[in-house]
Write a protein that binds this ligand. Sequence first.
Ligand SMILES: C[S@@+](CC[C@H](N)C(=O)[O-])C[C@H]1O[C@@H](n2cnc3c(N)ncnc32)[C@H](O)[C@@H]1O
Length: 235
Amino acid sequence: MSPLQGSPRVCRFYCIEKLMKEYRKIENQPVNKSAAEIFDKAAPFYFIIDLFSASFIREVVRRLSDHLDITRDTKILEVCCGTGLLSRYLSRLSDRIVGVDISPKMIAKAERSAKRLPIEFRVMDASALDFPDGSFDLVAISRGLHAMPGDLREAVTAEAHRVTKSHALFIEPIDRPKSRIFRAVYNVAERLEGGFENYLEFVGMDFGGYLEAHGFSPRPIVETDTAAAYLGRKI
Ligand SMILES: C[S@@+](CC[C@H](N)C(=O)[O-])C[C@H]1O[C@@H](n2cnc3c(N)ncnc32)[C@H](O)[C@@H]1O
């Protein structure tokens, strides 16, 4: 029996071990690749990250409908959608979801895991979206900003602001985990993403303040010690 068929606890330890192995390989190497290259490589084992984050994302989507009136016709765009985990949960609320990501292999994974769901996935750069102004009711981004260099982060946030009619949902880490084991897991994941320094800078800043400075009136809808989901009303 593969460890991934065992109990959730065995499965988590197996995943941590796998991540640590990858980390040892890259620990002292500078990462200087494009996001598409990095995430094309990460796509086969990104299910590990999805496994860790599914319950948080599910909770965010559950709370989202307490704050926003979402119908099956609500037009939603997820940028930096990766394997499409958030889009899949959002498809419980709406039939009009588009997910975009710069990595073709992440998009291929997303398409495979959402075959029967009303989601359209496209390869697209979130800093230059091929959509008219105000063409979505809600733009969502989950863990897309924190590993980006500042200028790219600004461009992606500006594009989210441009293409949303009224709201944007931002899910990002806001602090480093206190527990050593989880901190190590995050260190591995963030280094693999190639934006470890950007991540440190991001978790050191005021996320709500950042959104306010970029034209949103933010309200936290789910918050833990290490991550937050903010719903931003476009102002
Ligand atoms: C940490 S992953 C997050 C994936 C997913 N949203 C999640 O919550 O698990 C960051 C994603 O952003 C994508 N990405 C990075 N830069 C991008 C850009 N300029 N345009 C679109 N996607 C980008 C990567 O390919 C990757 O899939």
